[in-house]
Ligand binder design. Structure first.
Ligand code: NAD
Length: 355
């Protein structure tokens, strides 16, 4: 089993190091090969997704990814910015299904900005389509406005579009995920305004006929944003497009207290996947040794489960993470009174001790 390790920028290298430490502490040994990506890729070879890095990602059984991005690259042309690496990997590897669980550990309810009774025991899964939508739709660009009130003025434009097979394949993934959970699927769209969303909704309804055991409901994205803070436990699995999913999954992340706790998986049709924390490269805390490595360690657990077929090892890591929380270990982002405040490395060590 070969794992491509792509630490990236900012806190990426610090948190990936801890996840690698945990993987190396397991009984089974994996082949781990590291390559630069994002700003680190740009520094090494002039492109955020160097050819050698892409080749490694393609040849590996799974990819463990840190995070990319730094403000110092903001002035680069868009195609060379670090964030293009993640978009490129998703596109080249056809990683179309993004799984983002949002779980509120009982020990961390105090870290949430919401009342404990609203979030305690929260366990929802956001399934976000990752390869289409307005993030990739062509045409896009800058031009002279061809019509309307501001005809002739400069304008920026993007295109929201979804092809039927794209919606069908994410629908199947989401229904199957719901089947393994509480069998409730909420499809989030903006069908009252957008043609793309009405089309998405029609296809969701059609695919639902193949999953009579799953209860499908629909919600407009603005309402979903409200319900996520009002009554998040009413959700089980949420399926939505690329842009709405980007925003809602960050919102769901904060319900749990810290974005530093949340793993994610992006899978292709064969369950090969890229595993990364839900957060970014956090340049504001990079190099300080205070980043929370648990989202990345939990991403490694998801990798063992979904791509490498090592369910038992995944369970071991997840149990170890629960144990360190019970023992009171906390990084700065989830700090509570009377806890044992630790840095990135100490948190990794605590997980290994708990293993
Ligand atoms: P961010 O997720 O990096 O940070 C948001 C806030 O959360 C910051 O205050 C940060 O300190 C904190 N935070 C994030 N992860 C943490 C952790 N593990 N432990 C403790 N605190 C943590 O989002 P941002 O500030 O909007 O973006 C920073 C950079 O990351 C940008 O360049 C952005 O493009 C990039 N980004 C990359 C990815 C990715 O690599 N997949 C995703 C999102 C953002």
């Amino acid at each position: 089993m070969k794992i491509a390790v792509l630490p990236g920028d900012g806190i990426g290298p610090e948190i990936v190091k801890e996840a690698v430490k945990v993987l190396n502490a397991l009984d089974e040994k994996f082949e781990l090969e590291e390559a630069p990506v994002g700003g680190a890729g740009y520094e090494a070879s002039g492109h955020p997704l160097p050819e050698a890095t892409l080749a490694l990602a393609k040849s590996a059984d799974a990819i463990l990814f840190g995070a990319v991005g730094d403000w110092k690259y903001d002035s680069l042309e868009r195609a060379l910015r670090p964030e293009q690496a993640i978009l490129g990997l998703r596109k080249h590897l056809e990683l179309f299904a993004n799984f983002r669980p949002a779980i509120c550990y009982p020990q961390l309810t105090g870290a949430s900005s919401l009342k404990a009774e609203i979030v305690s025991g929260l366990d929802i899964l956001i399934v976000r389509e990752l390869n289409g939508d307005i993030y990739f739709g062509q045409p896009r660009g800058l031009r002279e406005s061809p019509d309307g009130l501001f005809k002739g003025a400069r304008e920026g434009f993007d295109t929201m579009r979804y092809a039927e097979p794209e919606v069908r394949r994410i629908a199947h993934v989401a229904f199957q995920a719901a089947q393994k959970r509480q069998k409730k699927l909420t499809s989030v769209d903006k069908a009252n305004v957008l043609e793309t969303s009405q089309f998405w909704r029609d296809i969701m309804i059609d695919v639902s006929k193949e999953y009579p055991d799953v209860e499908l409901s629909h919600m407009y994205v603005d309402n979903a944003a409200m319900q996520l803070v009002k009554a998040p436990k009413a959700f089980d699995v949420v399926v939505t497009g690329n842009m709405f999913g980007d925003i809602l999954s960050d919102e769901a992340a904060m319900l749990t207290g810290s974005i530093g706790m949340l793993p994610s998986a992006s899978l292709d049709k064969n369950n090969k996947g890229l595993y990364e924390p839900s957060h970014g490269s956090a340049p504001d805390i990079a190099g300080k040794g205070i980043a929370n490595p648990l989202a990345t360690i939990l991403s490694a657990a998801m990798m063992l489960r979904y791509s490498l077929g090592r369910e038992e090892q995944a369970d071991r890591i997840e149990t170890a993470v629960k144990k360190v929380l019970e023992q009171g270990y906390r990084t700065a982002d989830i700090v509570t009174p009377d806890c044992k405040r630790v840095g990135t490395v100490e948190m990794g060590d605590a997980v290994i001790a708990a293993l």
